[in-house]
Design a protein around this ligand. Structure first.
Ligand SMILES: *Cc1c(COP(=O)(O)O)cnc(C)c1O
Length: 374
């Protein structure tokens, strides 16, 4: 069994995919070909924002946003302690200081109460200027944006939605990647919508920020390609990846998002009274980048993972270390104790899930989990 069966997906999409790949290869327009513009238009429409710009990966997408806002030394950026490294790495790379915020036990997402506490602490200390909240849509579930927006407004902060795992999620019908002042996503192969390599995108309704990110994406270009007005990056999405994504986005909209939600519901109904399953708050929709259960302690989690492995069932620990305990952040001024993130890193386990998982595979995983817990 595969953790996320991308080969099975390829088999289903094979005919359309072969055509898309060959067309891109034959066209000769390998950089910024017409597929890139078409994809950006379709992504913006799907998400419901004015501007979408594709780029090289989800990490660059976050960097482009921080550059457009001029975030740098002396600035504090609030980041959940329980996330993939990129969400905080980009902050330090720009010379700003990530201030870590604890998450909620049930949703794995940033805790608005601890967020406000972290903002107040930062203001009281008076060393770093609060500027941005990075809100991560972890495992496919949008962060609690209504509460985050209130805090952002109260303290004059910008919201950067890290939707690398969140694409396809929703709150009251409004789609993920539309909740930030700027939002980002990743098309890394294992994300809800992935390409055949690296890819990413930024989303915003703001004309000026879109313009600036467009410039930073291509070496800080000005009036034309060889007029360089700011220090930028080389962060374009390849034409061939855009071609792949046009096929994948169609499948995602037509049935994949629905099917992965069905798989998640099956897991929850079969496991829900035996183990702590993911909680989706009322009005929220997830795109199920991961299906993550919570065990009692590290011993039980590690024993379960070993027992599944023996049965040939893959599982993953997302994430084994909270940000403030990462070696790269030792000595970071924004480290705060985040007991829930720390505890979750010892107790979580992600099970195989994707739109093409079969009922038999789900039953096999479930009986593997129940056997081990018995
Ligand atoms: C994957 C991921 C990223 C980075 O995306 P890449 O395309 O791999 O650079 C950023 N944030 C989160 C939460 C992610 O899961």
């Amino acid at each position: 069994m595969e953790f996320r069966d991308l080969k099975r997906q390829y088999k289903v999409l094979e005919k359309d995919m072969e055509k898309a790949l060959l067309d891109a290869a034959e066209s000769g327009a390998y950089i910024m070909g017409p597929q890139v513009k078409t994809l950006e238009k379709e992504l913006a429409e799907y998400v419901g924002v004015k501007h979408c710009l594709s780029c090289a990966n989800g990490t660059d997408a976050l960097t482009l946003a921080l550059k457009a806002w001029g975030i740098g030394p002396g600035d504090a950026v609030f980041v959940p302690d329980f996330t993939f490294f990129s969400s905080a790495e980009v902050v330090s790379l720009e010379g700003a200081t990530p201030v870590f915020v604890d998450v909620k036990e049930e949703t794995f997402n940033i805790d608005p109460e601890d967020l406000e506490a972290a903002v107040k602490e930062t203001i009281e200390k008076g060393i770093f200027r609060p500027r941005v909240i990075v809100a991560v849509d972890l495992f496919g579930l949008p962060a609690p944006y209504p509460e985050i927006r209130e805090i952002a407004d109260r303290y004059g902060l910008l919201i950067l939605e890290d939707g690398a795992q969140g694409f396809g999620g929703s709150i009251e019908g409004k789609r993920a990647c539309s909740f930030g002042d700027i939002s980002t996503t990743s098309f890394f192969p294992a994300k809800p919508v992935g390409c055949y390599g690296d890819g990413g995108a930024v989303f915003t309704d703001n004309d000026e920020w879109a313009f600036l990110m467009g410039s930073y994406r291509v070496h800080g270009k000005g009036e034309f390609k060889y007029d360089n007005v700011r220090i930028g990056m080389n962060s374009r999405l390849d034409t061939i990846q855009a071609a792949v994504l046009l096929v994948k986005l169609k499948a995602f909209r037509d049935y994949e998002l629905e099917d992965v939600n069905k798989a998640a519901s099956r897991y929850t109904s079969l496991l829900g009274d035996k183990v702590a399953t993911p909680v989706i708050p009322e009005g929220f929709g997830s795109s199920w980048a991961q299906y993550t259960i919570r065990l009692e302690d590290k011993g039980q989690r590690d024993a379960l993972q070993a027992s599944l492995k023996e049965k040939g069932i893959p599982s993953m620990v997302y994430y084994p270390k909270p940000m403030h305990l990462q070696t790269a952040f030792s000595g970071n001024d924004g480290n705060r104790p985040c007991p829930r993130a720390t505890s979750l890193s010892e107790r979580v386990l992600s099970l195989p899930i994707h739109p093409y998982i079969t009922e038999e595979e789900i039953l096999e995983v479930v009986s593997g989990v129940l056997d081990s817990l018995r």
